[in-house]
Design a protein. Structure first.
Lengths: 293, 474
């Protein structure tokens, strides 16, 4: 027996589906198509013929691509664990404080860094970490530390971009964790305190299970964010000095918009998309198991 | 055709937004035309032929037309913006502009050309883009306008531009595509007071002298003798890397169009740069124009080699502490003599604008680069490409940097300081990367030069220069 079509529901959903197809699916298919072609924007005389998987092979054999991916992984390892730890500590503090005003003010303050555009974050970083005029070196000089060329040496430059990312995104992690903590039922909380006190055991056994879904979301979003992180790094270091802060998105931008090789840039983008999907699936599988356990 | 273009444009826009991997959207595929569109109708031509030419009469058919220019946030553009109202009141043409960072200006214009969107009418052409823009048919040969009596000011006088500027920024393969607008020569800016305190009556005449004599004497108490802007990007490849190669007799390519960075003379220049770093701020590889100019203006550095266009920063008391101490000289000489950096921008007309907009754009370009407006442009902070402006005694007194500037353009100018062929942007990217790694000591000068030679040859070979498909034009 045929079910009756719910036309009002179809009418309500259709615009959203069309929008999704237009801004999500069609461009993805377009980029997939371009990644299979020779597509050099500034050399139209070369044509745009299909070249099979040649662009993908050239990406996989490109040492610079792998190097930039390695630096992106290093950046992730520097930034995200620090953001998770600090964000969780802030969330626990805000959740546990009895001062309602402090809690309200802190919540507003947490939104401010997230609301800042990455370009402005990069510009602030350039001022803060300037070797001669920057606030960071000034503060360090008060305790006798010699000026550090934060942006002029490879390792300090990587630390600088990680610090700016931590500054901007720790509040986001804190807000997500805070929403997780708010889910702990009052009766569970009270009986937890009776059984486990207020310390580590209470956090580990009562609060942490409620934080894991948020942590999964944080990991997925931060992974995706870091793989596409461009503006802040470009303004702060332009990928330099040398290639020391050239993350994968900065490299793709260079291939796409400096050399205008859209075929190769699109292949790189598709490979990153695949990487994002694989990592996201891994996070979900691993952390949801933890919850079930 | 229209539909397919539209769909392609939409695709590229959406690709940017929706793909998580933001940096690699795919703009349109529509090939650029090999020939620019047909010339605009010489509207009003008959009227002009009967009477004396005037800007107001020539602009009559285009009154109410709106054109858009690509500008940078630099003194020459601010000067043009100051003068714009006069042009608009005479002609009734509305001149809009979009100020963008240099780093994005080529990208934005190329996307505009390849999408054939015609967003920009008045095109900014860097000396190193002229080959790409002209050979791709993205800008209109200007003879279309200056040979049209309705549009050409009888006082246009193309010979009145410094020949090296018109040749470098404006001409490709013998055809003029742009008129010199924002004109630079590298100049040695120095803090006369710092030099005098250290016992020097004049600036160094050679790079060797700068390093061996001035360097040790002026590098002390947290101050440095010299700063060479070397941030990764065109700043590294043009302002730092190429600046050191030429005075030592080196070059990017030799007379046979073969990469030449591994030659002894090129290597000598690059080794010299490494030695000179002892007298530069430690984080110099992250210094762009802004940091370098500020360091001199704030008295942290004694000497810099920078574009003449930055002079306004040193003479303005709101941006400079050394207004009474600023001095100017031709860039120091190397074993091959003085080889000051040459750079700058011309203004051209987009091949994708409507005929009316093209004509209106031409009238603006002709006016802003004219001999008549050259002195006003200089007084507003610009650097004109007109020879006559620099003969004015009053201006010469007011702007002492004129002398090294004019000498550099007339006597030492090198039109291929950076090659202007379309492959330069790709080569520049490689030099920017390996050049900074050389400065950081992550790769030796010799290995870096060898690597770059290989990469440059590969690019030129792929482009068809060695197979004879392309003429060996720089």
């Amino acid at each position: 027996m045929l079910r009756r079509v719910n036309w009002p529901a179809v009418a309500l959903i259709t615009p959203a589906v069309i929008a999704l197809l237009a801004v999500g699916i069609y461009p993805l298919l377009f980029v997939l198509d371009v990644s299979l072609r020779q597509y050099q924007l500034t050399k139209p005389y070369l044509g745009t013929d299909y070249v099979g998987l040649q662009n993908y092979l050239s990406v996989l054999n490109d040492g610079l691509f792998w190097g930039s991916l390695g630096r992106t992984a290093l950046f992730f390892l520097l930034a995200v664990p620090a953001e998770v730890v600090l964000g969780t500590l802030i969330a626990l503090f805000v959740d546990g404080t009895r001062c309602r005003l402090c809690s309200a003010v802190l919540r507003v303050m947490l939104v401010l860094p997230i609301a800042m555009t990455p370009t402005v974050t990069g510009l602030i970083g350039r001022l803060l970490f300037n070797r001669d005029f920057g606030l960071v070196n000034y503060l360090l000089s008060l305790v006798g530390v010699e000026p550090i060329a934060w942006l002029g040496e490879p390792e300090p430059a990587m630390i600088t971009i990680a610090l700016m990312d931590i500054w901007q995104w720790t509040p986001f992690v804190a807000l997500v964790m805070l929403s997780g903590l708010a889910l702990v039922p009052q009766d569970v909380r009270e009986s937890g305190h009776l059984d486990a006190g207020y310390g580590w055991h209470f956090f580990r056994n009562i609060q942490m299970p409620y934080l894991l879904p948020g942590l999964t979301a944080v990991l997925i979003l931060r992974t995706v964010d870091i793989l596409k992180l461009f503006d802040m790094v470009f303004v702060l270091t332009r990928g330099g000095p040398g290639v020391s802060t050239e993350l994968v998105s900065v490299y793709i931008q260079r291939v796409g918009f400096r050399i205008f090789d859209m075929g190769v840039a699109s292949a790189q983008a598709i490979l990153l998309l695949v990487l994002c999907i694989v990592l996201s699936r891994a996070y979900v599988r691993f952390f949801y198991r933890q919850i079930e356990a | 055709m229209q539909l397919s273009r539209l769909s392609i444009k939409l695709s590229s826009a959406f690709a940017l937004g929706s793909l998580v991997l933001a940096a690699c959207a795919t703009p349109p595929a529509t090939p650029a035309p090999t020939q620019p569109p047909a010339a605009p109708p010489a509207q009003g031509g008959t009227t002009q032929q009967t009477g004396e030419w005037s800007l107001a009469k020539a602009a009559e058919p285009y009154r109410g037309t709106s054109i858009k220019c690509v500008f940078l946030d630099r003194p020459g553009y601010r000067a043009a913006i100051q003068l714009l109202p006069e042009f608009e009141s005479i002609t009734g043409i509305d001149v809009q502009w979009e100020t963008m960072p240099y780093e994005n200006s080529r990208e934005k214009q190329v996307l505009d050309f390849t999408g054939q969107t015609g967003n920009y009418d008045c095109i900014l052409i860097d000396v190193v883009w002229i080959g790409e823009f002209a050979s791709s048919g993205w800008v209109v040969p200007l003879e279309k306008f200056y040979k049209d009596p309705a549009l050409a000011d009888p006082k246009l006088n193309l010979e009145g531009f410094f020949p090296i500027l018109l040749e470098s920024f404006g001409t490709w393969n013998g055809v003029i595509y742009g008129l010199p607008f924002d004109n630079y020569s590298g100049v040695l800016f120095y803090n006369r007071c710092m030099l005098e305190e250290a016992g020097f009556k004049e600036p160094p005449k050679t790079w060797q002298e700068l390093k061996d004599v001035y360097g040790p004497a002026l590098t002390k108490d947290g101050k440095y003798a010299f700063a060479l802007q070397s941030r990764r990007g065109e700043t590294q490849s043009a302002d730092s890397f190429m600046r050191m190669i030429w005075p030592f007799g080196g070059s990017l390519l030799d007379e046979n169009f073969e990469p030449n960075l591994s030659s002894e003379k090129s290597l000598a220049g690059l080794r010299f740069r490494q030695e000179l770093m002892k007298y530069m701020p430690p984080d110099i590889v992250e210094w762009d124009h802004d940091e370098t100019v500020q360091a001199l203006a704030q008295g942290k550095v004694a000497m810099i080699t920078e574009w003449s266009a930055f002079n306004a920063y040193f003479t303005d008391p709101t941006t400079s502490k050394i207004t009474d101490c600023i001095g100017y000289a031709v860039e120091p000489a190397g074993p091959a003599g003085p080889k000051p950096a040459l750079g700058g921008f011309s203004l051209g007309v987009s091949a994708f604008s409507s005929p009316e907009k093209q004509a209106a754009t031409w009238l603006f370009i002709q006016w802003i680069t004219s001999e008549e407006k050259a002195k006003d442009y200089i007084r507003a902070g610009g650097v004109s490409g007109r020879m006559s402006a620099y003969e004015d005694e009053e201006l010469r007194k007011q702007y002492p940097y004129f002398e090294p500037l004019v000498v550099s353009w007339k006597e030492y100018g090198n039109p291929i300081f950076r090659p202007r062929f379309p492959e330069w942007p790709a080569i520049s990217e490689l030099i920017a990367q390996t050049g900074t790694e050389m400065m950081l000591g992550r790769i030796s000068v010799e290995e870096g030069a060898k690597l770059l030679d290989q990469q440059i040859r590969e690019i030129l070979d792929k482009a068809g220069y060695y197979s004879g498909k392309k003429p060996k034009l720089q």
